[in-house]
Write a protein that binds this ligand. Structure first.
Ligand SMILES: [Zn+2]
Length: 357
């Protein structure tokens, strides 16, 4: 950029040396030495002065010609300098130059604000797209828990519900809770990898009874880490035993799992892990599901929801206080399949939590 004005200046100087009258060279030299900001103004002045000289010295044609060329060069020089000035004002962070263009800053800010509105609209469109994209729910990425309510209208409760599970269990009311009566017996079972967890579907005939109300065990499945927390503490894993009453109402028993000794029943499940997803393995040997329960049957209870879409509410939760144990090797096996399949804790929203004394 700097070379062109320099070339022009040397050209101007050469032309002025050729000019017969030294007075003609004066404005030209001034033009070349001008302050950048005042170039256009002085060029105009020089223009008017050259017109006067034209009127006075009509016969000095050579000088006039030189003057005319010089004027054109000076004009061109002014244009080049103005371009250079504008370019440096755009790129130069020097605040003295920025001061010359104060109106540009708010304009660009306004442009940003107006841009933000279409972006918000685009987000809305993105949500709508998410809703129709057939994205399957998962525990991370686009189908993750933060989007469960958006990927399918049927999952609205995941977003809008105020009785959601899991929760951080704390500040429970200590009472003499009615004991859960377990009526589990050795049963046939099948193991399925449903893409979200390892689930064990159990044969008919396993019941629990709470206050005389019967629920039948349908299936149990695992989460890693435990979805529920107790006073902020999470556990290595949890097993959810899902029961249904005659009206279809759900009651889930949660058994927390901590690292320790190997567990026979969990080993029985792991022994029958399917090779393919959604392709159940149905062993011939029955399972004694009662062995999955801790020795002590104290529990916490609260009203919540399914912890997976559609996050339906009205689920009676009973979380056993005493955890069971699993060996590190058994933990590692599940971890290879599902390193993380737990929904984050949800707001308790002032729900009543009761716990056994
Ligand atoms: Zn579960």
């Amino acid at each position: 950029m700097r070379r062109y004005p320099a070339l022009l200046i040397s050209l101007i100087l050469a032309l002025s040396a050729q000019a017969s009258e030294p007075t003609h060279s004066t404005p030209i030299k001034q033009a070349s030495a001008k302050d950048e900001a005042s170039v256009p103004e002085k060029t105009e002045r020089k223009s008017s002065s050259s017109k006067e000289k034209e009127a006075r010295d009509k016969e000095a044609k050579e000088a006039l010609a030189a003057d005319e060329i010089a004027k054109r060069i000076a004009d061109r020089l002014a244009v080049i300098r103005k371009e250079k000035d504008d370019a440096s004002a755009r790129s130069n962070p020097n605040p003295r130059i920025i001061v010359r263009r104060p109106s540009y800053t708010p304009v660009s800010k306004r442009a940003d604000t107006s841009k933000a509105k279409p972006e918000a609209g685009a987000n809305g469109a993105a949500e709508a797209a998410l809703m129709h994209a057939n994205i399957h729910w998962s525990y991370q990425g686009e189908g993750g828990p933060q989007n469960w309510g958006k990927i399918d209208p049927a999952n609205a409760k995941c977003d809008t519900g105020n009785r959601q599970s899991p929760i951080d269990i704390r500040d429970g009311i200590h009472v003499d809770l009615d004991p859960i009566v377990f009526d589990y017996s050795p049963s046939r079972f099948s193991v399925v990898d449903n893409g979200h967890t390892i689930q064990v579907n159990v044969g008919a005939g396993n019941y629990i009874s709470i206050l005389g109300h019967n629920y039948e065990l349908v299936q149990f499945h695992f989460h890693k880490p435990s979805e529920e927390r107790v006073n902020g503490k999470s556990f290595e894993m949890v097993v959810h035993l899902v029961h249904k009453d005659a009206d279809g109402k759900l009651a889930v028993i949660a058994v927390l799992i901590q690292r320790g000794k190997a567990h026979n029943i969990i080993q029985q499940v792991w022994n029958n892990l399917p090779l393919e997803k959604n392709d159940p393995v149905q062993p011939l040997t029955p399972m004694d599901i009662s062995q999955l329960l801790p020795t002590k049957k104290d529990y916490y209870t609260y009203m919540g929801s399914l912890t997976t879409p559609p996050c339906s509410e009205g689920v009676l939760w009973m979380v056993m206080k005493q955890p069971i144990e699993i060996s590190p090797e058994q933990l590692a096996i599940f971890s290879r399949l599902y390193p993380m399949n737990a929904r984050p804790v949800q707001k308790s929203s002032g729900r009543l939590i009761k716990e056994s004394n």
